[in-house]
Write a protein that binds this ligand. Structure first.
Ligand code: ATP
Length: 217
């Protein structure tokens, strides 16, 4: 069964998020105070309505507590963003995700009960910087301040060698958890797996070891 999502604030962030969920087969209600934004969203979400998320009656009348997840994608109007999260949690919405535009805004959203606070500009800035510093790293997930999982293009000198021969754990202190080749993915590859041109390694380890490995190319 499709999940029920509501996205409040149909700016660039909110609308892109809503559209992606909708295209993936989820039920998405888009809400915005601005009529034009609601018009623009028609066809990209299941329903789009004009509503103010700081208005308790309006939120009750759209049955907001029946949604599995509500995303508050209001940024510039910090007051509206905070009041909306507070109200949604008070009305019993299980999972509220909120966009923050700065650290303090994020802290307050956390305090009023947001289940997940996202910082799109900060995260994208860090991601682009990371990509510029390590062009061989195609993607990464930070597990903590010290550990990450990364997708790294294989260095040319490793083509036609097996994982056993390279011995990632002993040499680089990192583990290969999967190998991706175009759309094929090999999870927990055997030590005898031969590395091929175009392979992408999914590796886990300490950030400084991963950095050292990504610079080998
Ligand atoms: P983005 O950076 O995502 O494009 P933006 O710059 O358009 O956003 P934001 O302040 O982040 O501006 O607002 C996003 C949307 O949230 C706007 O379309 C705005 O009309 C809507 N919005 C603001 N306050 C409310 C509210 N109380 N209820 C519903 N929607 C709201």
């Amino acid at each position: 069964m499709a999940n029920q999502f509501a996205v409040i604030g149909l700016g660039r962030f909110g609308l892109n998020l809503a559209q992606k969920l909708f295209e993936s087969g989820q039920d998405v209600l888009g809400l915005d105070v601005n009529e034009e934004r609601v018009e623009e969203a028609q066809g990209y979400v299941t329903h789009a309505l004009i509503a103010d998320s700081t208005d308790e009656e309006a939120m009750k009348s759209v049955g907001i507590r029946n949604f599995d997840t509500v995303i508050v994608a209001i940024g510039n109007d910090i007051q509206a963003s905070i009041l909306s999260v507070l109200l949604l949690k008070e009305l019993g919405v299980q999972k509220v995700i909120a966009k923050a535009i700065n650290k303090l805004h994020g802290k307050v959203l956390d305090k009023v009960g947001a289940d997940w606070v996202v910082f799109p500009e900060k995260d994208m800035g860090l991601r682009v910087a990371h990509q510029l510093l390590s062009p061989n790293v195609l993607n990464f997930i930070e597990l903590s301040n010290d550990y990450s999982i990364e997708e790294v293009k294989i260095p040319e000198k490793m083509i036609d060698k097996t994982l056993r021969e390279i011995d990632f754990r002993a040499k680089f202190n990192i583990s290969v958890i999967a190998i991706r080749h175009n759309h094929d993915i090999f999870i927990s590859p055997s030590p005898d797996k031969l590395l091929d041109e175009g392979d992408v390694l999914v590796v886990i380890g300490k950030n400084r070891d991963l950095e050292r490995f990504a610079k080998l190319h």
